[in-house]
Design a protein around this ligand. Structure first.
Ligand code: CP
Ligand code: NVA
Length: 307
């Protein structure tokens, strides 16, 4: 049996994703990491991901070790593959936040322990699990709920759209010209049964939606493009006018960090329909559930009794 990794959310089947969502609510998880560690390698800054994942490891009985990518020299001091092989000598799980997604793929290809994507330029799967948890709590379900994402066709949207599709939510995406997901992405979403619609105008995407979602216009690594992107994304700010077109009970989500006055108005992110702090908390419940699930798979794959 091969080791399971979570590099993108569709590395899980829809049933497995539902299993992870159900485990998130369990306040007494099995202590599957007792006496074990998780290495967390960061090539980019992080507030939520590092802290939520570290605390998730603690809640599973384990010990997290956060490492800056430049301290181990990921692909500079030694190949990412050798970093993964090394960390697997001491840790039961490896998480990494990287620029190029293929770095994670190379680590996973050689790692004898599960590798978890803590955000790459392409994907943010644990964020998507937290997003679903927050949607579920706010709207009472997932199947048939409508989420309208307005903004950049980036890592967060890619994972959100896949995850939404996997649980039967309707995902609408409004991005400026040149900033949509690719047709390969749309094919991948369709492959998991996705009900997605692509819009050019935010006004059209948000009508009657249960959830309005946005993310920064310039992601980590795109700082030099920030000014050009600000111009390209004019009219894509989530403000009270757009929120008013959604369902009256609609909630606003943002993976954070938020740039008030750019992708979202302060009155929205700090307003009564915002659920961004519940969403941030859910990062920890999502991480705990996903790591627990991965440890169970590793045990089933011949990793021995771990709980
Ligand atoms: N949402 C998120 O991943 O936040 P951080 O970049 O702070 O980890
Ligand atoms: N799209 C953003 C998400 C940050 C959590 C980025 O990659 O910087």
């Amino acid at each position: 049996v091969s080791i399971r990794h979570i590099l993108e959310i569709d590395d899980l089947t829809p049933d497995e994703l539902r299993d992870v969502l159900a485990r998130s609510a369990d306040p007494q998880p099995a202590q599957v990491l007792r006496g074990l560690g998780m290495a967390l390698v960061f090539a980019k800054p992080s507030a939520r991901t590092r802290n939520s994942t570290e605390m998730a490891v603690v809640q599973l009985g384990g010990h997290p070790v956060a490492i800056r990518a430049d301290e181990v020299g990921l692909d500079t001091r030694e190949p990412a593959e050798d970093v993964a092989r090394t960390l697997a000598c001491y840790h039961a799980l490896i998480g990494a936040r990287v620029f190029a997604h293929e770095q994670l793929e190379r680590m996973a290809a050689v790692s004898p322990v599960p590798v978890v994507n803590l955000l790459s330029d392409d994907a943010h799967p644990l964020q998507a699990v937290a997003d679903l948890l927050t949607m579920q709590a706010a709207t009472g379900g997932l199947e048939g709920r409508t989420v309208a994402y307005v903004g950049d066709g980036n890592n967060v949207l890619r994972s959100l759209a896949l995850a939404g599709a996997m649980v039967g939510a309707e995902v609408r995406m409004a991005c400026p010209p040149g900033f949509h997901l690719s047709s390969a992405d749309l094919d991948r979403i369709a492959a998991v049964g996705g009900d997605t619609t692509v819009y050019d105008r935010p006004e059209d995407a948000v009508v009657g939606a249960d959830v309005i979602y946005t993310d920064v216009w310039a992601s980590m690594g795109q700082e030099a493009e920030a000014e050009a992107r600000r111009r390209a994304f004019e009219g894509f700010t989530i403000d009270d006018r757009l929120i008013a077109k959604a369902s009256p009970n609609a909630v606003f989500l943002h993976c954070l960090p938020a740039h008030r006055g750019e992708e979202v108005a302060a009155s929205v992110v700090d307003g009564p329909q915002s659920r961004v702090w519940e969403q941030a908390e859910n990062r920890m419940h999502a991480a705990r559930a996903a790591l627990w699930w991965l440890m169970d798979q590793a045990a089933g794959a011949g990793g021995g009794e771990v709980s």
